[in-house]
Design a protein around this ligand. Sequence first.
Ligand code: FMN
Length: 175
Amino acid sequence: MKSIIVYSSQTGFTKKYSEWLAESIGAELMTVKEAAKKDDSFFDSFDTIIYGGWVAVEKIHKLDWFTNRIEKWRDKKLAVFCTGASPATYSGVQNLLDRSLTDEQKKYAKAFYCPGGLDYSKMSLGSKMLMKTFAAMLKNKKNKTDDEIAMAEHVAHSCDQTDKKYLEPILEYLK
Ligand SMILES: Cc1cc2nc3c(=O)[nH]c(=O)nc-3n(C[C@H](O)[C@H](O)[C@H](O)COP(=O)(O)O)c2cc1C
């Protein structure tokens, strides 16, 4: 069985999960930038194709690369996972996963969430400014919900929530 993981990672959390997953299932690894340069026929020989992307303003970064192609890959094992700063229990996570694939795509592909983290030292200036604005907005918000309180704590500083245990549901699905 030949597998490949294509990923997009700005600060390293998605890369880390992709490497862990590649090690567990013996998959090849490729950035989405490299994958976009390949002819689609390059992926024909893979039985399993997984896309990993980081969450950027409630959307999975470069997910289009995957969703634009999966219809023709429907006979393969297909999964997408994303990493974000949100804790796994955050109510927005399920919503995000639900929106990632259409009802039709959900018949042959599945979406997962792995808590990533935040690394302000590796973020682009634009990303850093956006996150700082978001953190300040959350902090100043009155009558925050429990989720917003948890989120405000998470985005205030760099943090790392990565853990191999979050890959278990993906490994189970791939069996
Ligand atoms: C501009 C920007 C927007 C983000 N938006 C979200 C978001 O909507 N939800 C979330 O959980 N995390 C969000 N994050 C956090 C990243 O998804 C998180 O840091 C992710 O693990 C980064 O993965 P990477 O290290 O592979 O780049 C955002 C980060 C940046 C820089």
